[in-house]
Write a protein that binds this ligand. Structure first.
Ligand SMILES: [Fe+2]
Ligand SMILES: [Fe+2]
Length: 310
């Protein structure tokens, strides 16, 4: 049976010929909407974005063609940085969705892994790339946005903190991208609960690093660095974190980076039930009240990272 994967309409650039067939899902059937070689008009993109953002699909056998279409747009000198950031973010979002929802986790994780390479490439291409990516608004689930944001912040902080080995930086980006993958197994009503969690719900929530580690067991490509980011991002630098209560140097260096970015993004992102803190408020809280959670040198480097974004 033919399989299809979902794409975001905004990952396509108007008036550029498609290099794959585009399908619509209508009444549970895949219907050919545009043939390879034809282009989608801007007006149609805008209409679909409002009415049916979730109904575009590409054949799984054309996955490579879609990917190289995205790469071509990202390398196109005629496109502006905002347009490129949108294409990158929208194409990455479908991968995050797969990562959290696709039963075929192996494929989803493999595809997600490559998305991180594109993100690093884009961030290295222009100084303003990082703030463009972070600045684009999105109406998606908090966890999806959060995964992408933590990935982006982690790469930025890693670079400021002096990680120059490109391979290590990739591992860090992937670690950020996957850090909350264990939330796949936390019940949705706990994840999306408005207001604070009960003690019992907290205990369930705290299982997500362990769940994440378990998920990665079936994914041989997951390196020790990625595993550490997933399993150790809620450890505190001075101890008392979870799940292991590790301290200082015993926490993997990349997990220490993800921990800072994770907290900052959680504090500054608007969720349905809370008002987000301003960057200054969040940094102030992290530097004073809850500073014990973070490695001091990294926290200083994070100030610098945010300064670069502004
Ligand atoms: Fe987490
Ligand atoms: Fe997180």
């Amino acid at each position: 049976m033919e399989t299809y994967f979902k794409i975001r309409i905004n990952s396509l650039h108007p008036d550029r010929p498609l290099t794959f067939d585009l399908y619509l899902l209508l009444n549970n059937r895949f219907v050919l909407y545009l043939r390879e070689g034809s282009a989608l008009e801007l007006e149609k993109i805008n209409t679909f974005e409002k009415r049916a953002p979730d109904s575009f699909y590409v054949k799984e056998t054309d996955r490579k063609k879609y990917k190289s279409y995205i790469s071509t747009q990202l390398n196109d000198e005629k496109l502006g940085i905002r347009e490129k950031a949108t294409i990158l973010k929208e194409s990455t979002f479908s991968l995050i969705e797969e990562m959290f929802e696709n039963p075929d986790l192996k494929t989803a994780l493999n595809n997600a892994k490559q998305a991180v390479d594109d993100i690093i490439g884009f961030m290295n291409s222009e100084d303003a790339a990082m703030s463009e990516l972070l600045g684009l608004s999105s109406h998606d689930f908090y966890t999806y946005n959060h995964s992408l944001d933590v990935c982006i912040y982690s790469i930025g902080l890693g670079q400021v903190a002096g990680i120059s080995d490109p391979e290590l930086l990739k591992q860090l980006g992937r670690g950020g991208f996957f850090h909350d993958i264990g939330k796949r197994y936390v019940p949705t009503d706990v994840i999306t609960k408005k207001g604070s969690l009960s003690d019992e719900e907290w205990e369930i929530m705290k299982l997500h690093p362990g769940y994440g580690l378990k998920i990665l067991e079936n994914f041989p490509e997951a390196t020790d660095e990625i595993r550490a980011c997933v399993y150790e991002h809620h450890e505190n630098f001075l101890g008392n974190g979870y799940p292991q209560g590790l301290k200082g140097e015993d926490i993997h260096p990349l997990a220490r980076i993800v921990a800072i970015c994770d907290t900052y993004d959680a504090l500054t992102t608007k969720r349905s039930y809370n008002e987000p803190m301003s960057p200054t408020q969040a940094l102030d809280l992290m530097t004073h009240k809850i500073s014990a959670r973070f490695e001091p040198a990294l926290l200083r480097a994070f100030h610098e990272t945010l300064f670069k974004i502004k």
